[in-house]
Design a protein around this ligand. Structure first.
Ligand code: FAD
Length: 295
């Protein structure tokens, strides 16, 4: 099933992101946790490619496994900047042969070596080029990334917004945001996207922070703003793992409810291969997700 068909239904939905392991030795355990998340039947699951400490080797395999064993639609991420055209083409063919029809088309982060090299020698420079290639290569539903707090490489938000629009004009059918901890930042950003003519569904990315150590890493990775309300939770509960986990899940749940209540129907959760966290959030929302509010 194509992700855009799920998003267009306008029912409230929740999707989860997982990441592949670094080593083959841990593939089995990652398969198990991703299956456990899939068994709770989210709207769809996305599998990252070379991000969050994982590698690109098992992305397609994990996506196919979830799809085949649990009939949960999957979204396979694909990055381009550190790849050759040949490598990207072979991944596209691999996806086609596995029946994967949903792709999150990304540039990927620049390594220091790459950033220091001459872009004239790169096969890809921006995600929009991958989107164009996917469009020409097959019948894919394509998603792209966006940044409510502006992508760090961008000189300003105006330019960043125009490049997001370029991705949509090239064929991205939906957008997912970098993690946001303050919903107002998302609402303001959505308004700006609509102003520049981006009309596709935009999924806010919610990261449940369930231990204090995660905070620093999440901020370093995303550069996202942490509201004082959230900082107080970490300060107060951070030293008690159980209390911090409960508070982090409650904070993420509260953000999701606020998004739904303000008309955002599809929310993406960075579930970080944690089935207990994914299930707890779904449990917290069980009556909300199970009902049709005649929207
Ligand atoms: P782009 O859209 O290419 O944008 C990158 C920068 O270039 C921006 O500053 C943009 O404004 C600018 N730009 C774009 N087009 C042009 C142009 N024509 N001229 C000048 N400037 C331009 N990383 C991974 O490695 N694996 C993953 O699985 C992964 N999943 C992600 C999922 C989501 C939802 C998000 C938000 C990010 C994800 N990332 C992942 C991180 C992502 O790869 C990085 O943030 C990367 O630095 C930018 O990727 P992009 O696709 O947004 O790039």
């Amino acid at each position: 099933m194509k992700i855009i068909d799920i998003l267009n239904k306008r029912n409230m939905s929740l999707s989860f992101e997982v990441f592949p392991p670094k080593k083959e030795s841990t593939l089995e355990s990652v398969m198990e946790v991703t299956e456990e998340i899939a068994a709770s039947h989210p709207a769809f699951m996305s599998v990252t490619y070379g991000a969050g400490g994982g590698t690109s080797r098992y992305t397609m395999e994990i996506a196919r496994n979830i799809m085949e064993k649990h009939q949960v639609p999957t979204l396979a991420h694909l990055t381009c900047v550190s790849s050759s055209r040949e490598m990207v083409r072979s991944k596209i063919e691999e996806m086609k042969s596995m029946g994967i029809r949903n792709v999150m088309a990304l540039r990927g982060d620049l390594t220091p070596e790459l950033a220091a090299s001459d872009p004239a020698g790169w096969d890809y420079r921006y995600a929009v080029e991958l989107i164009r290639e996917l469009k020409e290569s097959g019948d894919f539903c394509i998603g792209a990334a966006c940044y409510p707090e502006v992508h760090p490489d961008s000189p300003n938000q105006k330019e960043d917004l125009l490049h997001i629009k370029e991705k949509v004009d090239a064929g991205a059918e939906f957008l997912t945001t970098q993690m946001v901890f303050d919903n107002n930042l998302f609402f303001n950003f959505l308004y700006k996207l609509r102003e520049v003519g981006v009309t596709v569904p935009v999924l806010p990315g919610i990261m449940p922070i369930t231990n204090a150590n995660q905070v620093e890493r999440a901020i370093k990775l995303s550069g996202s703003f942490m509201p004082q309300r959230f900082k107080s939770i970490v300060d107060y509960f951070g030293s008690d793992p159980d209390a911090m986990k409960q508070a982090g899940i409650a904070y993420a749940t509260d953000q999701i409810i606020d998004l739904y209540a303000n008309g955002i129907t599809n929310v993406h959760v960075y579930s970080m291969n944690k089935p207990d966290v994914a299930k707890a959030i779904l449990q917290n929302l069980s009556d909300i997700l199970g009902k049709d509010f005649n929207r």
